[in-house]
Design a binder for this molecule. Structure first.
Ligand code: PFF
Length: 451
């Protein structure tokens, strides 16, 4: 091992790093299109309910496990469960899921970086409609050299930060990138809502049509809350393991959840007013960002610069998430096998790059190679986000609520948060013991198509 475990240099450093993990492609790429496809504000309301009832209590539980034991997910579960193989396997599942998510997430992150370069080159200038932008996207993503080069470059950026360590790497990068990201989003929101016709987009986001809500919408909102908050695979547990016992977990958790939610909603206000102002359709699905947005900027004064800003913002959001994913697996190997962080970061980065190749190739040549009817990319996304994350989430809630037990866990939570007692503590224990596991079980079953 590299000696004593590092700790965050400051409370704000931890909050920004954890919020950086949470804020990512999920907020800027996925949340707006889910809102677009599922009834606008009504979806946002459901999302908020899920975040408060399930997200926040599980965020607290994950950070608490990590902070109490100060180890990686496997080591933490091993210690708290006194070596129970089942709970050790739950920690192992988290690390494995981190590996899987990073492998395909990094491919989309690579596209964002590639789009920064294309924007600078002016590739989107002459495109007139979403079809033309779609064709450009297809021609880029279907070139293995293009996709793999940016997949590799993004992995190298991620490795460099993890190589530099917790405070000098993750904390420093998050302290620079998170405020920059927030500033850039605000610039783009203001630019968007000043456009003629933007009011329709704003109304779309504020007007709740609850008739659009079905059981499936609820499940989508819950799944998104989970992915967006980086829950269920030990990312927040790992970041919590570098937290001092003097810090207030509840306060930090509230800030992380609030920042993540605020940025997702801001992303909606950044995208829809501009989309409506250009007379384009909101319900474009996953292609919203790569097919619609590049041309939206064509009709905006100063669009050349704003487009570059947008894709830089998307890449930074992705980078603060990829570092948290690589950190989970790096800490695991460093703690468990007593190896050097720097070497481990490089070797794992190389492995993840290789593991991501089939996902990247799903867009360039391997479209017809399927596993259970899905391309490699969709398969890895499906099993990690729809199966492993919810499973991990249920187990974390059950572990803290029942196995470790509220009575033992609470005093650890109260270290640094002495006032967290009485009604608040009771509320958290009800949410973590009953509400969270049951609701997550519902997402899980729906993800499998069982209900
Ligand atoms: N929360 C990230 C996003 O919304 O893009 C994705 C993610 C990052 C999931 C880290 C899980 C994780 F551990």
């Amino acid at each position: 091992m590299d000696g004593k475990r590092e700790q965050w240099g400051s409370r704000i450093g931890f909050i920004l790093a954890a919020a950086g993990s949470a804020v990512g492609l999920g907020n800027i790429w996925k949340f707006p299109y889910l809102v677009g496809e599922n009834g606008g504000a009504a979806f946002i309301v459901l999302y908020l309910i899920c975040v408060i009832l399930v997200g926040l209590p599980v965020v607290i539980a994950e950070i608490l496990i990590g902070r109490t034991v100060q180890k990686n997910p496997v080591g933490s579960f091993r210690e708290l469960s006194k070596g129970n193989p089942f709970w050790i396997a739950v920690g192992g599942l988290g690390v494995f899921t981190g590996f899987l998510i990073l492998s395909y997430y990094n491919v989309i992150a690579g596209w964002s970086l590639g789009y920064v370069i294309e924007s600078i080159k002016g590739s989107f200038h002459k495109l007139e409609n979403p079809e033309a932008a779609g064709q450009l996207f297809e021609s880029l993503s279907s070139k293995p050299q293009w996709t793999l080069m940016f997949h590799g470059l993004f992995m190298i950026m991620t490795v460099i930060i993890i190589y530099a360590g917790v405070t000098k790497g993750i904390e420093r990068a998050s302290k620079i990138m998170m405020p920059a990201l927030l500033g850039l989003i605000i610039v783009l929101v203001i630019r968007g809502i000043m456009l003629k016709g933007a009011g329709d987009g704003v109304r779309y986001l504020l007007k709740a049509d609850f008739s659009a809500i079905t059981g499936k919408t609820f499940m989508l909102a819950l799944g998104q809350a989970f992915f967006s908050l980086s829950l269920g695979m030990g990312a927040l547990l790992t970041y919590g393991s570098y937290m001092s016992k003097k810090e207030n977990i509840v306060y930090s958790a509230v800030n992380i959840v609030a920042l993540d939610t605020f940025i997702a909603i801001l992303a909606g206000f950044m995208i829809f007013p501009a989309v409506f102002a250009m007379g384009l359709e909101p319900a474009q699905g996953p292609s919203l960002i790569f097919n619609i947005l590049p041309i939206v900027f064509n009709s905006i004064p100063g669009g050349y610069v704003f487009r570059i800003i947008f894709f830089i913002l998307l890449s930074m959001a992705a980078l603060t998430s990829t570092i948290s994913l690589l950190e989970v697996i790096t800490t695991f190997v460093v703690d468990e096998f007593h190896l050097k962080r720097k070497t481990v970061a490089i070797v794992l980065g190389g492995f993840v790059f290789l593991l991501g190749i089939p996902s990247a190739m799903s867009f360039c040549g391997w479209e017809n190679f399927t596993i259970f009817g899905r391309t490699c990319f969709n398969f890895v996304d499906f099993i990690s986000a729809n199966i492993f994350l919810p499973l991990g989430g249920i187990f974390i809630a059950l572990f803290v609520g029942w196995f470790w037990g509220i009575r033992k866990a609470l005093p650890h939570l109260q270290q640094g948060a002495a006032s967290f007692s009485g009604f608040l503590a009771l509320l958290w224990s009800i949410l973590i013991r009953f509400v969270a596991p049951i609701l997550i079980l519902l997402i899980f079953l729906s993800g499998l198509g069982i209900i």
